[in-house]
Write a new protein. Structure first.
Length: 145
């Protein structure tokens, strides 16, 4: 299964904690999607992210190949953070579209919380590790300011 990681699972060490057999496949993005922080992160001291449709925005991440057994572990962690599994089309750097699995929160309200600095720092670290676009990394860092 191909899994698009844009949350803390983007950082290799955080993915390995949940899905030790996951392997990196490629960098990808979700065009016309943005990053929002509507989830109350009980143990994270701030809002947790989800991607949602947002014209003119892009969410960057990485795609891992994940075994079925590891996917259920990812489902559990993502559910604890307030997101559920869905399939979505992600675009790789060569412009090819791929159907991948990811996790999204239900955006019933327009609530936007102050992001968890600890959680966001993990996302920044993972984004830098994979060499995601500088604009994406700077945008994440702007939330830390």
């Amino acid at each position: 299964m191909l899994y698009f990681a844009y949350t803390a699972r983007i950082a290799p060490e955080h993915m390995a904690e949940v899905a030790p057999n996951a392997t990196f496949e490629y960098i990808a993005h979700l065009p016309e999607w943005g990053l929002f922080f509507p989830i109350t992160g009980r143990s994270w001291n701030g809002g947790l992210p989800t991607a949602a449709p947002d014209p003119g925005s892009t969410v960057w991440g990485v795609v891992y190949r994940v075994a079925d057994g590891d996917m259920s572990a990812i489902d559990t962690v993502e559910a604890e953070e307030g997101r559920s599994q869905t399939n979505i089309d992600a675009i790789d750097r060569s412009g090819k579209r791929h159907c991948v699995t990811t996790h999204l929160a239900d955006l019933e309200t327009e609530v936007s919380l102050a992001p968890s600095h600890e959680y966001l720092s993990i996302m920044v670290s993972g984004s830098k590790h994979w060499g995601l676009p500088a604009g994406w990394v700077v945008g994440l860092q702007d939330h830390l300011a």
